[in-house]
Design a protein around this ligand. Structure first.
Ligand SMILES: [Ca+2]
Length: 153
């Protein structure tokens, strides 16, 4: 039908907001984990991927994209795998969150964790930005934080 003019109001991008970060220490006082807490909501609830979503458009697809940068001499640079020029890749898959009932609107909180050690996040000061992507590839807003201090071994 022509002239309707309505945009598709059944396709909603997810929204997210940063709740905060926690840093978990080891017994020896160095840090071991960086936890990032954020809330999400999605009016049509098509968020998350199941273990079976490994083919076609979801092959190798991560629905949580995160970039870490490390502060070197006061300037943020992309965080590389230690002693290489290969950017780190900490992207993750959020599990399927779609409700089974008729009302698909969802909201909640997610915590993602990242190892603080020479093979993972090996910098003393980092910043990050993070977004999530629903099953129709709608991207959320971007959240992030600067000047996160980590005690490295
Ligand atoms: Ca959605």
């Amino acid at each position: 039908m022509f002239g309707c003019g309505d945009k598709d109001d059944t396709n909603y991008a997810p929204a997210i907001g940063l709740e905060g970060v926690d840093i978990i220490e080891r017994n020896d006082g160095y840090d071991s984990l960086l936890l990032i807490h954020f809330w999400y909501e999605d009016k049509d609830g098509n968020l998350g991927l199941s273990d079976a979503d490994t083919t076609d458009q979801f092959r190798g697809f991560n629905n949580l994209h995160i970039n870490f940068r490390e502060k070197l001499n006061g300037v943020y640079k992309e965080l590389m795998i230690k002693n290489t020029t290969i950017p780190t890749d900490f992207d993750q898959r959020i599990p399927d969150l779609t409700p089974t009932g008729k009302n698909k609107e969802i909201s909640g909180s997610i915590t993602v964790s990242f190892a603080v050690d020479p093979n993972e996040i090996h910098a003393d000061t980092v910043e990050f930005d993070l977004k999530i992507i629903d099953r129709l590839f709608n991207e959320s807003n971007i959240i992030g934080m600067s000047d996160v201090s980590l005690r490295q071994q």
